[in-house]
Design a protein around this ligand. Sequence first.
Ligand SMILES: Nc1ncnc2c1ncn2[C@@H]1O[C@H](COP(=O)(O)OP(=O)(O)OP(=O)(O)O)[C@@H](O)[C@H]1O
Ligand SMILES: [Mg+2]
Length: 257
Amino acid sequence: MITLENICVSFKSEHQKKWFETTRTQVLFDINLSIPKGSCIGILGESGSGKSTLGRVLCGLLKPDSGTITLDGVPIYGSKQGRKLLQQKLSVVFQDYTTSANPRFSIQEVLLEGIRARQRKGEPVKDLAAELSGLLSLVGLDDSFLSRFPHELSGGQLQRVCIARAVACQPEVILFDEAISSLDAHTQVQIMDLLQELKEKLSLTYLFITHDLTSITYLCDEVLFLYHGRITDHRPVCTLHQTTDAYAKKLLQSILI
Ligand SMILES: Nc1ncnc2c1ncn2[C@@H]1O[C@H](COP(=O)(O)OP(=O)(O)OP(=O)(O)O)[C@@H](O)[C@H]1O
Ligand SMILES: [Mg+2]
């Protein structure tokens, strides 16, 4: 469904030797990846390895220097149709749920952002109250949350709201960038169970960016290791113990100890 071919990304270096020379630092090197419909792929790597950069390329926020990325065969950069398709089919949930929900918005208004995105696709919303209530119950919250504000919710509750907003526009793919990393271990498990349930119920495809191997083994069926901007291993989670990747081995050992 989504295909990345030879994706390279570089950024302008901050420290230039001479003012008239523009030096660039390459962050992603020749990334090739195929994301089939219904899969759940975990993208794992240490801080600075390029995970979020890859995420931004995937969700249309950062045009790569070279390479192509297609969604259902349509290139997402350089074609209006691709952009539109991406908006329709992909949602994102970020780590920082406290800033990704506008603090001045009530939960109802936060959810409306997602619903409006769906209306822009030309899909009418018949009963708004029922829609809002349905979204909240989908993520295990009740109607009493609608009039509350983000600061009145716990981290786990607010992240549930952000997931409901992502689901509201009826995407086919959801990209999670460290979406559960700042929650406590118990809440992380609750949210992962919720994500698993939603995936089945709504036939979703997940891309799950994290530096936590345990959450990948819990949720994903494939894992991809990113090291200094390169994919060093990509395999089914069930064969993780056979990895030849040094970073992956180190992570596995730290978990087994
Ligand atoms: N807009 C930018 N301009 C310049 N450099 C950038 C930019 N965005 C990212 N980088 C650099 O690219 C590299 C990869 O960053 P990225 O955010 O993708 O890492 P990450 O794997 O998501 O790390 P973390 O686990 O800490 O979130 C880093 O060295 C970072 O400093
Ligand atoms: Mg990141």
